[in-house]
Design a protein around this ligand. Structure first.
Ligand SMILES: C[S@@+](CC[C@H](N)C(=O)[O-])C[C@H]1O[C@@H](n2cnc3c(N)ncnc32)[C@H](O)[C@@H]1O
Length: 241
């Protein structure tokens, strides 16, 4: 049984379980790129590595993954291999991933080259997705140069069971007020165990509790101007070795 997604009249996907939207109503790709990809210092940071690993909480409709893949593909100086690891307790249907990749962006908000690639990449993901079962799964794309590890289950046990060191972290688990579990100190601690000195972290949430936890766990944290309608977004750097 896949997670139901409610498509609102403005075209945005909504979660009845969490009563929150999966993506910004003013542009999903723009949010994915500005908040997460650029917020983690990409594409520049992957240029100095052979392999680069992104760890995400909340795979949802895969928009952050698809946008990261499109940005990697468009970068002539990209690393040899991109590994994207994401935790998801309530996987959606492949049809919703495809539909989400078709939602038009507001003009001028996102890089047209990335937006144009999304439906084709989403189709590849959706074709692989249909065979998915529970547990941890690995999917390969781009001739094996893009690897997607999907950990299907509750965030903390899945993070505890993962064997990876992240170069970048995307925190994307609905709003902390509506879904505190994804942003709890214990969850952020489980994430910090997968970080190294220099790991970057990004989120649309600048909730005080999240910032305080991240600081206690060894991140330097700063608020940046957000993408409307959000006033701020969060960037952090893991400094504890
Ligand atoms: C805002 S959506 C993620 C959007 C996604 N990153 C994208 O690019 O489409 C948040 C996701 O977190 C998942 N989630 C919420 N609580 C969770 C939990 N306790 N453990 C694992 N996943 C959870 C939801 O099912 C949802 O798919």
């Amino acid at each position: 049984m896949t997670e139901p997604v409610l498509w609102l009249s403005d075209g945005s996907p909504h979660s009845p379980r969490f009563n929150d939207r999966y993506r910004s109503r003013t542009g999903g790709v723009a949010q994915a790129f500005t908040v997460f990809v650029a917020g983690c210092g990409l594409p520049q940071r992957w240029r100095s590595s052979d392999e680069f690993t992104v760890l995400e909480t909340g795979f949802g409709l895969g928009l952050n993954f698809l946008t990261t893949w499109a940005a990697w593909e468009a970068d002539a100086q990209r690393c040899e291999r991109l590994h994207f690891v994401s935790v998801e307790a309530y996987p959606v249907a492949a049809a919703d991933i495809l539909r989400n990749a078709q939602v038009p962006e507001l003009p001028g908000t996102a890089e047209p080259q990335l937006v144009a690639r999304l439906p084709a990449l989403a189709l590849e993901l959706a074709q692989a997705w249909q065979a998915l079962q529970g547990g941890t799964q690995q999917l390969q794309f781009a001739g094996g140069r893009v690897c997607l590890t999907l950990a299907f289950g509750q965030v903390q046990p899945m993070l505890d069971g993962l064997d990876c060191i992240a170069d970048a972290v995307y925190l994307d688990g609905f709003s902390p007020a509506l879904n505190p579990e994804m942003w709890s100190h214990a969850t952020l601690q489980a994430i910090a165990r997968h970080c190294r000195a220099g790991t970057t972290l990004a989120s649309y949430s600048v909730a005080l509790g999240v910032r305080e936890s991240l600081k206690q766990l060894g991140f330097s944290v700063c608020k940046r101007p957000g993408l409307p309608p959000k006033r701020h977004r969060l960037e952090a750097l893991f400094v504890l070795t």
